[in-house]
Ligand binder design. Structure first.
Ligand code: ZN
Length: 489
């Protein structure tokens, strides 16, 4: 066996254990009894300990030294293993385990505080999580910036400066569009009662329409929908609100986008470092293009109008155009995950600025709620009425995901670029969408993005797919054209 073979055999077992750790997380949010939270924290901490020991195993350095990569795939594997090894050796094992244990329990504490609308109940936990994550970032960053080290975990190659510049490019045109849209007459929302069993039937049909492989997946309910797993076990979740069917419809399509990325990676990469989505930003580009540029397009909503009428009876929207306007209705709401395409990135910018201030030390955890509420009122023109509509709405900070939020907007920007390139390359996308068939679009995404897994760096895979370097312009052009049509601007 060569050094490369030994390294890859060792890595394969690490990847398998990583998948098991991920499945514990899936279970925690779908099936686990609430009373098991502390025990699960210990279980997560234990498996994190095993993973950390494997990733920092000194033999990896020797194998890396001796390995002769014979192909692009081998070179990419070595690059990702080296990266993981470097990260693991910089973070002390006891710190990695403590973070896994504390954030696992913190998730339950956050959920309780959110239910109770009680920020004070959550602050000691959040203070602890911020302290631990800052310690970790300091270990990773060396003399560099703490926030950049965190961001790099989710989006290799991105920095606060590059992301901040992109946000600066987005903001003025988004704010101008928001003002024009809110100044126009608003279309009616969809009213009615949409029974849960009908919504779940439709959710299954939608996942299939977007290419989800049911033989390698399953659908369950979760408070915050997510997808989980790689390769031959990729699970999605959704939520059902009986008065708001679009919640379930678009959560399902979104998570299907994430899942199709994972299911679509070249099977030769299974349980290797290439066998997972390359970054959170690229991941989000898939979920968002499925959800928005495809799922909220006029052709597809025309088909959806028919299917929802068949499922739930006559709708409050009198025709497919009114239905399309209801799907894309713009409203300044409190909740990021329910935000329309015009407001969504403004939510992300708020979190990006606040978390950078928290990590950089300019903002104390104790002052976070006041800072959030002031900023929200400034950006959205509405005062936050309760913590679950404010700083307690997202799970991310409780589980230590600092540096994660900007990847949502990065994903939107990438989705805008991919949409432009895909529509130029593939005729008949809209004709098929009008029949409830997303396959011409998803086949292009599979060929140009999904199958590559971790083979290329994040920006590189988008640039190769599009034939141009990603920028925010295609997304802004798409949004302005779309909402000018719906709102007759
Ligand atoms: Zn997503």
């Amino acid at each position: 066996m060569t050094a490369y073979d030994r390294l890859m055999a060792f890595q394969r077992e690490t990847e398998a254990l990583g998948q098991i750790a991920g499945r514990l997380g899936w279970d925690q949010e779908t099936m686990m009894p609430r009373g098991a939270a502390d025990q699960r924290g210990e279980e997560q901490g234990a498996i994190e300990g095993v993973l950390h020991a494997r990733r920092s195993d000194p033999r990896i350095a020797e194998w890396l030294e001796d390995a002769n990569p014979h192909s692009d795939v081998a070179r990419a594997n070595l690059r990702l293993i080296r990266r993981g090894h470097l990260r693991a050796t910089r973070v002390p094992a006891d710190l990695a385990q403590e973070i896994a244990r504390v954030t696992s329990v913190a998730q339950g504490t956050w959920a309780e505080a959110r239910r109770a609308e009680n920020v004070a109940q959550f602050l000691p936990t959040l203070t602890r999580v911020v302290a631990l994550k800052r310690q970790e970032a300091a270990a990773l960053a060396g003399n560099g910036d703490l926030y950049d080290a965190m961001l790099d975990d989710y989006e290799p190659g991105a920095t606060a400066a590059t992301v901040g510049a992109m946000f600066d490019g987005l903001r003025p045109r988004l704010v101008a569009l928001r003002e024009r849209v809110l100044g126009a007459a608003s279309p009616a929302a969809l009213d009615g009662h949409f029974p849960a069993d009908g919504q779940m039937r439709l959710a299954r049909e939608l996942a299939r329409a977007f290419g989800y492989d049911w033989s390698r997946g399953r659908l369950d309910l979760a408070v915050h929908p997510f997808s989980s797993g790689s390769g031959h076990d990729v699970r999605i979740t959704t939520r059902v609100v009986e008065a708001e069917p679009f919640n379930c419809v678009y959560s399902t399509i979104h998570e299907t986008g994430h899942a199709c990325y994972e299911q679509g990676i070249d099977p030769a990469y299974l349980l290797t470092p290439l066998g997972q989505g390359v970054s959170m930003g690229v991941h989000e580009s898939q979920s968002r293009i499925y959800e928005n540029q495809l799922g909220r397009s006029r052709p597809f909503t025309g088909w959806l109008y028919g299917r929802m009428t068949e499922t739930f009876g006559a709708l409050s929207a009198p025709d497919a155009d009114a239905f399309h306007a209801a799907v894309n209705r713009v409203q300044p709401g409190f909740i990021r995950t329910e935000a329309d395409e015009v407001h969504y990135n403004l939510h992300v910018m708020l979190r990006f600025d606040l978390e950078r201030a928290l990590i950089g030390g300019a903002l104390e955890v104790a002052d976070l709620e006041a800072a959030w509420n002031a900023r929200f009122e400034k950006d959205f023109g509405v005062a936050v009425d309760k913590p679950s509509h404010g700083m307690l709405q997202d799970v991310h900070w409780s589980v230590g995901l600092f540096g994660y939020f900007p990847t949502y907007t990065l994903g939107n920007v990438y989705a805008g670029c991919l949409n432009r390139a895909m529509r130029a390359a593939v005729p008949g996308v809209d004709g098929a969408l009008a029949q409830g068939d997303a396959s011409p679009a998803t086949a292009w995404l599979h060929t140009n993005v999904q199958r590559h897994g971790g083979l290329y760096e994040p920006r590189e895979v988008i640039t190769r797919a599009c034939g141009f370097a990603p920028s925010e312009a295609p997304l802004l052009d798409y949004l302005e054209t779309k909402f000018a049509e719906i709102y007759a601007l």
